[in-house]
Design a protein around this ligand. Structure first.
Ligand code: A3P
Length: 256
């Protein structure tokens, strides 16, 4: 895969072997002192693995299933990325600022890699920026807070979203009437989220995300990399995947 050099996209920075967007790498320092609250929920995912989906489900749960309450802000403000930082973008995602006004069930998700050793298991460390190098996201994030492992479950979730919503409800110790869960299934479908400005990132200024090149929410299809990559890229991916996953007992399906 050729790297497209774009001056607005400085080269990735490696943090503990993980390639990160330069600005995200810079944001990691202050995060070392992040203290999770017992009711924080950290969503730990790989890129393109359903982060937005799980975020919307969680916020809907915390809003009692009321979609209109989820219209209060775009998803990246309601469920901020801990490590997000970019020049010129107001930090709707700055955790400390957000916390001042946060409800007791503010969700703090995403891309917190707590891989490996126990030292790294005590605080946010790195954002995974390429498909699955290294260990899988853990299902625990330290002594406080909770984590939801979203990524590897994407395929089964797509097949039975209601069951997955029920699992998330159980995980956060909530319950909602069945008809509310049914409504949530509808509102969090890919089709609905793709046209919802509060989930589809269309509120992000064009200079940061140009939807005419690609909408943030594209197809909602598992395994679409196969059609996106060239034959050579697919081959290279398969070799790399086999190498990195050697010895891993988990088996993943990439197609429904
Ligand atoms: P595409 O938009 O490329 O199809 P992330 O939020 O981690 O970036 O993951 C995005 C991917 O999650 C989407 O990729 C899609 O495959 C899947 N996805 C997102 N929202 C979804 C939804 N509501 N229902 C089903 N799949 C969804």
């Amino acid at each position: 895969m050729e790297l497209i050099q774009d001056t607005s996209r400085p080269p990735l920075e490696y943090v503990k072997g993980v390639p990160l967007i330069k600005y995200f790498a810079e944001a990691l320092g202050p995060l070392q002192s992040f203290q999770a609250r017992p009711d924080d929920v950290l969503i730990s995912t790989y890129p393109k693995s359903g982060t937005t989906w799980v975020s919307q489900i969680l916020d809907m749960i915390y809003q009692g299933g009321h979609l209109e309450k989820c219209h209060r802000a775009p998803i990246f403000m309601r469920v901020p990325f801990l490590e997000f930082k970019a020049p010129g973008i107001p930090s709707g995602v700055g955790v400390e600022e957000d916390r001042a006004g946060a409800s007791s069930h503010q969700t703090f998700p995403d891309l917190l890699l707590r891989a490996g050793d126990s030292e790294r298991n005590t605080g946010p460390t790195a954002h995974q920026d390429t498909p699955a190098p290294g260990p899988a996201p853990p299902d625990s994030v330290g002594s406080e807070g909770q984590a939801i492992l979203a990524s590897t479950e994407e395929l089964s979730a797509a097949q039975n979203p209601k069951r997955e919503i029920q699992k998330i409800l159980e995980f956060v110790g909530r319950s909602l009437p069945e008809e509310t869960v049914d409504l949530m299934v509808q509102h969090t479908s890919f089709k609905e989220m793709k046209k919802n400005p509060m989930t589809n990132y269309s509120t992000v200024p064009r200079e940061f995300m140009d939807h005419s090149i690609s909408p943030f929410m594209r197809k909602g299809m598992a395994g679409d990399r196969k059609t996106t990559f060239t034959v050579a890229q697919n081959e290279r991916f398969d070799v790399d995947y086999a190498e990195k996953m050697a010895g891993c007992s988990l088996s993943f399906r990439s197609e429904l």
